[in-house]
Design a protein around this ligand. Sequence first.
Ligand code: PLP
Length: 460
Amino acid sequence: MDYADLGGISLRAENQKYLNKTPSSLQMWKRARELTPYGVHSNYRFTHPYPVYFRRGSGSKIFDIDRNEYIDFNMGFGALVSGHANPRLVRVLKERLENSSVLGFEDENSFQAAELVSSRFGTEMVRFSTTGTEATMHALRMARAYTGRSRVLKFEGCYHGSNQDLLFSVKPSPEDAGDRDAPNSVPAGPGIPQFMKQGAVISQFNDTQATLDIIEGDGDIAAAILEPFPMNMGVVIPEPGFIAALRKACDAHGIVLIFDEVKTCGKFYGGAEEVLGVKPDLKVLGKAIGGGVAVSAIAGRKKIMENVGPGGVSHAGTFNSNPLSMSAVVASLKDVLTRNALSTAQRLSAAMASSYNDLLGRFGVPATVPVAGLSGAISFNPVRPRNWREFLKGDIGRWNYYYLAMMNRGIIPAGPGPDEQWTVSVMHTEEDIERTIEVFKDVAPGISHNFPALEVQESV
Ligand SMILES: Cc1ncc(COP(=O)(O)O)c(C=O)c1O
């Protein structure tokens, strides 16, 4: 890595601190990368200069293999709105394990879990799967079966898991992205067949007119899928009317509208529909609904979902609605992620954002702090990004210093990447927020230097 000017000196010092603080992680990484590409089992987990390896988590805290303690705002990339090892979930899951974790037949709790999902997220039918990746894949198949069409409209910078159909224009470089009104469909790395490019029609988030024009000019779109508050480019807020206009166009053209709420289902009590007032045809849920156990759901209109079944639309999985995941969904939705608990987390998130904003202003750092529910992000960009191309104008070098310096002082301020955000869980406290802001006061002056930027990774 190159360093430049004053910013380089501070960054070098923070890198040295990181090395001093996490020697066991460095050793483990050196061994792990011999057996595992990059030493991690998910590309998103690789961080510069090397990933830290962790041992355990409790409430809002997480502990690495060098026994360093951190206040965690990554929270399993948003899977842990319930907090680490939430006592209520631990109790339920221990009991469940003692009574088998795979029955191979339908678990009695899957009915209650389906009821809880339907009433909370306003959907008519639901099928459970295991990961967000699988769920977006299944949702797309359901939409194709229902419409008899094949293409999918997706938005630049939105991520829908490692689902091959949707691994296009996830993080395209400005050179590859193409025309802003008719963006290229850019494969997210090698290994994705060229012929699949035609299947993904790309538009820019928050660009209503271009999106409507694309829909108007294409008769083969089965589904439009989007993160209603994109959270794989920091935090992007939908402009008033954008999603409502998309809903209207989907209705007019017989297109199935899919909200990918793998992240947002945990940020607002009833998901994005509750704040946007727009109902999609299908919702994909994941992460937070399982309180830390792998589970996802495809939920929505009966007329689309009732086509799933033997001899009909394929949806299967050995681990679908396994008892561990169903107990986790019931306990999470009923007892842990209550409306009160989520409002408290949202309040803490808003307070943290406001303090970040004040300090960034005080130290003259050009940045904005968009917030959505109990998540938010610092974007080192004087203008709040409304889409992927604006997100790319952020100062990645500054972000890198901020993240490393916060880590070195015992705070994981967000997910590990400028495209991630923080998650305040129901187990974070006011003291956690105060401590984070105290630490940021120490870090903010250093952020005002210029730093060498790191490349945004195109491959996910
Ligand atoms: C919006 C969105 N959809 C889908 C996924 C994929 O979920 P999973 O990692 O469980 O496959 C993610 C993962 O971060 C996501 O952010």
